[in-house]
Design a protein around this ligand. Structure first.
Ligand code: NDP
Length: 310
């Protein structure tokens, strides 16, 4: 049983070591140097493989994505029509929840303001402090990542709501769904967090029309995909004062070009697509689990529904 590891972004050795440790019988091959005979490859574990590579593996049975988001894979017209398993693993979920809590708290507690004051050696105290329970956080997407972040924010006492495609019930979280649920969800959201998959339905969702439905002074955090956001609309909403700030981890062009206005905008925080990283030590168990399910004739979990796009 041979698995091909394909990623120009990850440290292949970590993955090979962890796969060998957890499944010694698995023959792990590494793209591009150590692929061996392509006709022997049964499975592929991939992040942004070169177009056409997966289609050139005649015996390939299942594709495992190293990322939770499969938009880049689905955009490849040569992607073979095989089961595609996306990444759902505790490290990715915990990492994203930490990122979301960090940046929600950062805006909630006026950290950008105090950082600017420090740079100007200004001692200016606030006379009013909002409590988390007075701050309404709204999460677009209540999947593996959004629902965990929602619960952690709830534990910090934020007033949390979430929006998904299908109806959901999460203890202590106000839930909205579908096109009809979006407007009331936005109207009650002071800090908006985007954790949606990128699909034809969600592309450009963070646009002027959506921002206008948020209360004045709202903040936007995008940790999902760059193409969810219409960048000019965000800049206009910030510059008009309708939005108070934004934290952006993902961008239409990555790396973010050196002359992009986000780098220097006083109310934009930029991070370089690091909100949550799939790491071998926590993620290999889910891949090995999938391979064991296949061997036992059980159905795979976390399969992508290509029709929905996630
Ligand atoms: P899931 O598939 O588990 O969850 C997606 C959620 O979005 C679901 O609640 C789904 O609704 C909802 N959704 C999808 N389409 C729509 C729609 N048209 N309208 C309303 N709701 C919709 O994904 P994950 O939580 O695992 O990951 C989310 C995304 O986060 C990934 O696709 C990836 O792009 C991004 N990501 C970013 C990282 C980073 O470092 N910046 C790291 C990891 C992921 P329903 O529940 O009804 O299906």
């Amino acid at each position: 049983m041979a698995l091909l590891f394909v990623s120009a972004h990850d440290h292949a050795e970590d993955w090979v070591n962890e796969l060998n440790a957890q499944m010694p019988e698995l023959d792990v091959r590494v793209w591009p140097e150590g692929m061996g005979d392509l006709a022997e490859i049964d499975y592929a574990l991939v992040w942004k493989p070169p177009a056409g590579l997966l289609a050139s593996l005649p015996k390939l049975k299942v594709i495992f994505s190293l990322g939770a988001g499969v938009d880049a894979l689905l955009a490849d017209p040569t992607l073979p029509d095989l089961p595609l398993v996306r990444m759902v693993e505790p490290g990715l979920t915990e990492g994203m929840t930490e990122y979301v809590c960090l940046h929600v708290l950062r805006w909630h507690r006026d950290a950008p303001l105090f950082e600017a004051q420090q740079r100007a050696a200004q001692w200016k105290q606030l006379t009013h402090q909002h409590l988390a329970r007075e701050r309404r956080v709204g999460i677009l997407g209540l999947g593996a990542l959004g629902s965990d972040a929602a619960q952690a924010l709830r534990a910090l006492r934020f007033d949390v709501a979430g929006w998904s495609r299908s109806a959901k019930h999460l203890d202590g979280i106000a839930t909205y769904h579908g096109a009809g649920g979006l407007a009331p969800f936005l109207a009650r959201t002071d800090i908006l967090v985007c954790l949606l998959p990128l699909t034809p339905d969600t592309e450009n969702i963070l646009d002027a029309g959506l921002f206008a439905q948020l209360p004045r002074g709202a903040v936007v955090i995008n940790a999902a995909r760059g193409r969810h956001l219409v960048e000019e609309d965000l800049l206009a909403a910030l510059d008009s004062g309708h939005l108070a700030g934004a934290t952006l981890d993902v961008f239409r062009t990555e790396p973010l070009p050196a002359d992009h206005p986000f780098w220097t905008h006083p109310r934009v925080t930029v991070t370089p697509h690091v909100a949550a990283i799939t790491q071998a030590r926590t993620a290999v168990e889910q891949v090995v689990g999938g391979l064991k399910r296949l061997a036992a004739g059980q159905p795979l979990i976390n399969l992508v529904d290509r029709r929905r796009g996630y």
